[in-house]
Design a protein around this ligand. Sequence first.
Ligand code: SF4
Ligand code: SF4
Length: 171
Amino acid sequence: MNFIRILFRNLTQGPSTDPFPFGATFTPKGLRGRIAFDAARCSGCRMCEHVCAGGAIRFDPTPEGLQFTLWHNTCTFCGLCEHYCIPKAIHLTEDWHLAHRQEDKYRMIEQGTVAYQPCAECGVRFIPISAALVTRVYGAGTAAVARLGRLCPDCRRKRSAAGLNTTGEAK
Ligand code: SF4
Ligand code: SF4
């Protein structure tokens, strides 16, 4: 095909690529994009922070609870945080609209606070096991299991110890 024919074909058929950013484009299925965090599902285990090789995740204690911060500017979208999060409190979405100016890089964050709650027995404030985690571990669970999730670690240990007979087997 000579040059004139190619030029004529291109002029008549128009652009072959998407008009983005001046028009719409598509999102490939399964694309790893913006990270979403659901504080209500999180139990504050900090595994996501531990496995994040990019150092994009940090938890800070505040008077209200544990504050989660993720910097999209640092994230490599490897997906390890989602993979290791048992209650699925963190996941990668297919939203890739993350372009930003250099001066906005510290504002490209996802934040949430995993709130302290009072222990159902002693009243001490602690990060409870989330209902999502209880469900993942115990299935639908029972009222007793749900109550265990509302106990602080000390009260849970006391409950477990009280539930053992002299041979060490659970009653
Ligand atoms: S988001 Fe998941 S892995 Fe991270 S602290 Fe919460 S429960 Fe743990
Ligand atoms: S996707 Fe990877 S780099 Fe991004 S926050 Fe999760 S573990 Fe860190």
